[in-house]
Design a protein around this ligand. Structure first.
Ligand code: ATP
Ligand code: MG
Length: 330
């Protein structure tokens, strides 16, 4: 059963000055299965937060349906099984973290010792034990982000919806949140989150849904991304005679250069041995042999820049170029 399914969502907003309506979401559809982490990727203004608000019932769509746990999202009782971290959460500045979480727990119907234990365990999970008596107004951005996650997971929801959970976090804070989310997935929870931080998304997600200008342009499994690179290998080498490029013309798609290192993109797995042999024979040194697959970032940039088409292979084999182009260190 899909835990979350949205189908054909359209949403328009009225312009405050001209009163004209402008469609922002043009029929957005996707789903998340149980125990899956689904990443929601898209550039600023693509419609992620609007979609999330519609899922949560904070905004009504013009058209389309949202079902959660196989039921209509309009059923209020479902809300108890959802945890939500808004893009810009509000925190009562005069409360400390323990008071804030106790307040949130009360709103979810939790009371007494059960709630006290849950609050303490959640504060420890988000690594804020040392600050739990501090008023929230003195929290840093990263600490507030973790406090926001704490309120989202406090009532042990089955579906977590997080709008930019990594925003404002340093690498340690990001790792803490990644580990928490992976732990929740191991417990069978379903997580749907938006983010711009592609390596985090790659490290966490089972699937990524890419949205651009209010339309889903790609819905891709991370396993599929790894398969996209099958057969392509990059050989990194140095110190060989450049004349061998002529002999390797049919074996290599592309050559790039960075300092004295050459990055040779070998067209097929079975050509690797021959390429390595040519390099050794001409006195060169092999530095690395790497199986290539596009990163989520490659796919994102390809789709978001508008060059990607539906079903198009996101690998872009550039024209054969044997003169050795410059290669950035990015
Ligand atoms: N209440 C509103 N009234 C009018 N336009 C709105 C409203 N909310 C959002 N929009 C517009 O809808 C579009 C999508 O906004 P949304 O906040 O969903 O984008 P986003 O993908 O979450 O962007 P970001 O990555 O910057 O958070 C934007 O062009 C925004 O200006
Ligand atoms: Mg947003």
């Amino acid at each position: 059963m899909d835990i979350l399914r949205i189908e054909g969502i359209k949403k328009s907003f009225k312009n405050d000055i001209s009163f004209e309506r402008k469609e922002i979401l043009h029929g957005v559809s996707f789903f998340a299965r149980k125990g899956e982490i689904l990443g929601f990727l898209g550039p600023n203004g693509a419609g992620k937060t609007t979609t999330i608000k519609i899922i949560l019932g904070l905004m009504r769509p013009d058209e389309g349906t949202v079902s959660i746990f196989g039921r209509s999202s309009r059923e209020r009782s479902l809300k108890a099984r959802i945890g939500y971290l808004p893009e810009n959460p509000y925190f009562y500045p005069h409360l400390n973290l323990r008071e804030f979480l106790t307040f949130c727990g009360n709103l979810s119907g939790m009371r007494g010792k059960v709630l006290d234990r849950k609050v303490a365990a959640t504060i420890s999970l988000v690594d804020l034990e040392a600050s739990h008596k501090q008023r929230l107004k003195s929290f840093s951005k990263g600490m507030l982000q973790r406090a926001g996650l704490a309120q989202a997971i406090l009532h042990d929801p089955d579906l977590l919806i997080l709008d930019e959970p990594f925003s404002g976090l340093d690498p340690l804070g990001r790792k803490i949140i990644r580990d928490i989310l992976l732990g929740l997935r191991r417990r069978g929870k379903t997580i749907f989150f938006s983010s711009h931080i592609l390596p985090d998304m790659e490290a966490l997600c089972n699937r990524a849904c890419l949205i651009r200008s209010g339309k889903v342009v790609k819905n891709i499994g991370l396993d599929e991304i790894f398969r996209l690179g099958e057969g392509k290998v990059e050989v990194v080498a140095r110190g060989f005679e450049k004349e061998i490029f002529e002999m390797m013309r049919d074996l290599i798609d592309k050559v790039e250069m960075n300092g004295e290192e050459f990055f040779l993109s070998v067209s097929k797995q079975e050509y690797v041995r021959a390429v390595v042999q040519h390099i050794y024979n001409s006195g060169g040194e092999i530095l690395r042999v790497v199986n290539q697959h596009p990163s989520l970032e490659d796919i994102f940039m390809n789709e978001i820049s508008g060059t990607g088409g539906e079903g198009e292979d996101s690998r872009r084999v550039e024209e054969k170029e044997f003169s050795g182009s410059g290669r950035g260190k990015s």
